[in-house]
Design a protein around this ligand. Structure first.
Ligand code: FES
Length: 392
């Protein structure tokens, strides 16, 4: 059915303005634009710039959610200005005024433009290119279909920086390699044509700002306008590092994960008091003692505020019941880890031809662009749809 466009309406934009070179403090600037409600916030900003103030600074190019240039915060949430409808943004606020700010975790160059060098330097950090295996085949590399499906999600990143903007770990530790760059790293670690998967994983596991610096806050998952699920890619890097290559890193990430799993297996519910020492090899392990001592202020505060009692902390009475043990038995009995990437969605139009396709490896160029026979019958979920990884 043809879409019926509504007549233009007034929308008020409250924009964060700041020019570091002026020496003045940041301030809010309001303009009311007139546009059809389905138009984008970017079109609103450009109209305000054209009609009221040519000095408003915003970066944009494609206006079609492809180039990743127009990342901003709209009503406090990171996103693409060209991919956010004015009516949706307006309805999301109590007073109907759309608030637009520059992205976070990156310095402001002017108004809504941030310095993306922070982001690009982290991308460079993960060696963002394929290091091919030798010998190089005379013709194209033949890659199994599932392998390309596995990395398609990370390949959908448009480098807009929305995930970087809201990364809480990066806010605390600016050195953290971050969600966008680590998702990029998985794109190559997961590519069977890459020759350096193990070396990449050792590097990212040993770096104190690497894969174990993520705190699972899910902000990057919510922020990504392309459904890349950066945190999911970081967890895949961890599974590869820990379960496939058994990389016992100096940051204690590997041991902490194992201590966590063993703790639940034993107790059913997490016994916090055991977790930290177990992560360091037990209460009396030389590495555990300084960690325990450094945690004393936090423990004392928690006891003083009644969040934990010494009895509860020291005598964890809960024990894993048979259901919990059954889960672990099932998982432990698996011969190999199997991950199903749900990022690719859609239905086969022709089951016969697709049965044939399933047995046919797909070929891919060095940029990893899949060119599978019959691949047109599959749709790539690019709008943040149910993209996730299921482990079995
Ligand atoms: Fe290209 Fe918005 S202008 S993504």
């Amino acid at each position: 059915m043809a879409e019926t466009h509504k007549p233009p309406e007034d929308f008020t934009l409250r924009m964060r303005r700041y020019d570091p070179e002026s020496g003045d403090a940041p301030y809010w600037d309001e303009h009311t634009v007139k546009l059809e409600p389905h138009r984008s916030v970017l079109e609103g900003i450009l109209q305000a710039k054209a009609r009221f103030d040519g000095s408003i600074a915003i970066r944009c190019s494609c206006r079609a959610a492809i180039c990743g240039s127009c990342g901003v915060r709209i009503n406090g949430e990171p996103g693409l200005a060209c991919h956010t409808h004015l009516d949706h943004a307006s309805q999301a606020t109590a007073d109907g005024v759309i608030e637009i700010e520059p992205m976070g975790n990156m310095p402001v160059i002017k108004d809504l433009i941030v310095d993306m060098d922070v982001h690009w330097s982290k991308i460079q950090r993960v060696t963002p290119w394929l290091i091919n295996k030798e010998p190089v085949p005379e013709r194209e590399y033949i890659v199994a279909r599932e392998s390309m499906v596995d990395i398609t999600q990370s390949m959908a990143c448009i480098q807009c920086g929305a995930c970087v903007s809201d990364c809480l770990s990066m806010e605390v530790d600016p050195d953290f390699i971050g969600p966008a760059a680590l998702a990029k790293a998985y794109r190559f670690v997961g590519d069977p044509r890459d020759d350096q998967a193990q070396e990449r994983l050792v590097d990212l596991a040993q770096d104190p700002a690497g894969i174990y610096d993520c705190t699972h806050c899910f902000k990057c998952v919510e922020a990504c306008p392309k459904g890349v699920n950066p945190m999911g890619q970081i967890m895949r890097l961890r599974r590869r590092a820990g379960s496939d290559y058994h990389i016992n890193d100096d940051n204690n990430g590997y041991r902490h994960e194992h201590a966590f799993v063993d703790n639940i297996k034993r107790n059913g519910l997490l016994h916090e008091a055991d977790l930290l020492p177990d992560s360091y090899g037990g209460k009396f392990h030389p590495r555990a003692v300084p960690e325990l001592l450094s945690s004393l202020p936090a423990i004392t505060k928690a006891v003083a505020r009644g969040k934990v009692t010494p009895r509860k902390a020291l005598l964890h009475e809960h024990k894993a019941d048979k259901h919990v043990r059954a889960y672990f038995d099932t998982i432990d009995a698996r011969e190999e880890r199997f991950e199903l990437n749900l990022y690719i969605s859609g239905y086969d139009e022709d089951s016969q031809s697709n049965d044939a396709d399933a047995a046919t490896p797909i070929s891919a160029g060095d940029d990893g662009t899949p060119s599978a026979p019959g691949s047109s019958s599959q749709g790539v979920a690019s709008e943040g749809t149910g993209s996730d990884t299921v482990e079995g």
